[in-house]
Design a protein around this ligand. Structure first.
Ligand code: ADQ
Length: 470
């Protein structure tokens, strides 16, 4: 566990709690789970936007930090969140798989909202005897490190980017590229999922600013300051997922699913409904596969679980329509009288036990994003499969961070090549069982060795090192 001695202030777009039927509880994401022991040890606060700022309690059971909500007006949410974050930075940072929208008004709101967050950090720091360590999360808050540096000069500051950092020639298209880089460079340590994203960042800095020198992870800036740019791959709570894999609830859901899909091979997709996830390309590959192989129309089932996402944004509403049209078309073309449909489409989030049951059920897990910072679904799948002694195949896009860690144990696909992808789906069914089981076990071992606790430790230690210039 981290050696941290000062309080920790985590700053993220959202607060790590949600209100359910039985009141407020900590969210179930990996970041929150991994932060719990650290926060328990040193105390601190979490700052984030909440739609219902008056309703958020100061603390919730199971999370030993103060919750400091930021309330935003509707216009601020539109400009900062739906606009600049999700329609400009998100597509640009995902290698332009959709066209970024450049809108100066959004940028001003983004600055204004980042300033609100910075002021809240300064208030929290003023309440603390020692300057806290401040750890800023993600692309919504790129300006924050520089703003905090101005307000709380003694605080060690870290920034972690959960999405890819694009190549310099793409990043350079952003009208506010200098401000974004200056914002991030003010941190003591900036973390990325992979060495490639880190290098893209460093090359952008060198391209746009004179007088920066690089020594390993360390950047020497023209004003004499030093900071670090590092690659720390995020992960999951592997032990928790391994346990979930064989819980009573998971086993009983699995038994039901096995009865439902009796005698059929199951392909599975689990994604937020986002155009970066390659869901449309995946469906096109499925269509080609079924077109070529009439026999498979009765022998395989495709389950796509898509959690609703960002449906205030036009591109996401369009995607939903396109996906649903494609699913309808495939089922219309290939359902045989008296037989089940080939594609089962669930447009909703599912509870963790159900998710684990689907992971165990799958013969082939399709994680085929066009671009993805890391992709935790792939890590969850191999962990759950291995814990249930499964032999499922992971079909994995070469354009996500996870593919670097899993190497050839995953069946690697280029999702843009829908035809080759359809052949890979077919050949995945033909791998020997022993080979499949051994591959899953090796990938699960990679996840176990570098779990999310490990990631938190690396990140926090990196911020301390960046601060002391080591
Ligand atoms: P996301 O784009 O949200 O995260 P991902 O890493 O796959 O992508 O995480 C999704 C999480 O949501 C997983 O834990 C998964 O179990 C859950 N989930 C997905 N669909 C679900 C469903 N239908 N029902 C229930 N749960 C579902 C961003 C980046 C990623 C990066 C993470 C963490 O885009 O590249 O891996 O942050 O840094």
């Amino acid at each position: 566990m981290s050696e941290l001695t000062r309080p920790l202030v985590v700053v993220a777009n959202r607060l790590p709690v949600s209100r359910g039927p039985s009141g407020w509880t900590p969210s179930s994401g990996g970041l929150v789970t991994a932060m719990r022991p650290v926060i328990e040890q040193v105390g601190g606060a979490w700052i984030g936007w909440d739609d219902d700022p008056d309703g958020v309690p100061q603390r919730v059971d199971g999370l030993a930090c103060d919750l400091l909500p930021i309330d935003l007006s509707r216009a601020q949410v539109r400009g900062y969140y739906h606009g600049l974050s999700n329609r400009t930075l998100w597509p640009l940072f995902h290698d332009l798989v959709a066209q970024p929208v450049i809108e100066r008004r959004w940028w001003h709101t983004y600055e204004e909202v980042n300033r609100r967050f910075a002021d809240r950090v300064a208030q929290a720091a003023a309440d603390s005897d020692t300057p806290p360590m401040v750890w800023v999360q993600d692309y919504h808050l790129t300006l924050l490190p520089a703003m905090i540096r101005g307000l709380v000069p003694d605080a060690p500051i870290g920034f972690f980017l959960h999405i890819p950092f694009p190549p310099p020639e793409l990043f350079a298209r952003l009208p506010w590229r200098d401000q974004v880089l200056q914002g991030m460079l003010a941190a003591d340590s900036v973390g990325f999922h992979t060495p490639q994203y880190r290098d893209n960042f460093v090359r952008s800095v060198q391209r746009l600013f004179n007088g920066v020198t690089v020594l390993g992870d360390q950047l020497n800036l023209p004003d004499g300051r030093q900071m670090r740019a590092v690659a720390h791959p995020i992960s999951i709570d592997a032990a928790e997922f391994a346990q979930l894999a064989t819980s009573d609830d998971t086993e009983s859901e699995l038994a039901e699913l096995r009865a439902q899909f009796k005698d059929r091979k199951v392909f599975l997709g689990v994604d937020r409904l986002d155009y970066t996830k390659g869901i449309r390309h995946r469906l096109q590959s499925i269509e080609l596969l079924l077109e070529r192989n009439p026999k498979l129309r009765r022998e395989v089932a495709f389950v796509q679980i898509a959690v609703p996402s960002r449906d205030d944004v036009q591109e996401y509403r369009d995607l939903r329509t396109e996906v649903e049209t494609e699913v309808g078309r495939i089922n219309g073309r290939f359902t045989e009288p008296g037989h089940d449909v080939p594609v089962h489409y669930l447009y909703r989030g599912v509870p963790r036990e159900s998710l684990a049951a689907y992971y165990r059920l799958a013969d082939v897990m399709c994680v085929t994003p066009l671009k993805d910072g890391m992709n935790l679904v792939a890590k969850e799948f191999v962990t759950v499969q291995a814990a249930g002694d499964g032999a499922g195949v992971l079909l994995l896009s070469e354009f996500c961070g996870t593919s670097i860690e899993f190497g050839d144990d995953a069946v690697r696909t280029n999702p843009f090549d829908v035809e080759s992808q359809s052949y890979l789906m077919e050949s995945a069914l033909e791998l020997e069982e022993d080979d499949r089981r051994a591959r899953v076990a090796r990938m699960a071992e990679v996840v176990r060795e570098g779990d999310v606790y490990n990631w938190v430790d690396q990140e926090l230690a990196g911020i301390e090192r960046g601060r002391s210039g080591l």
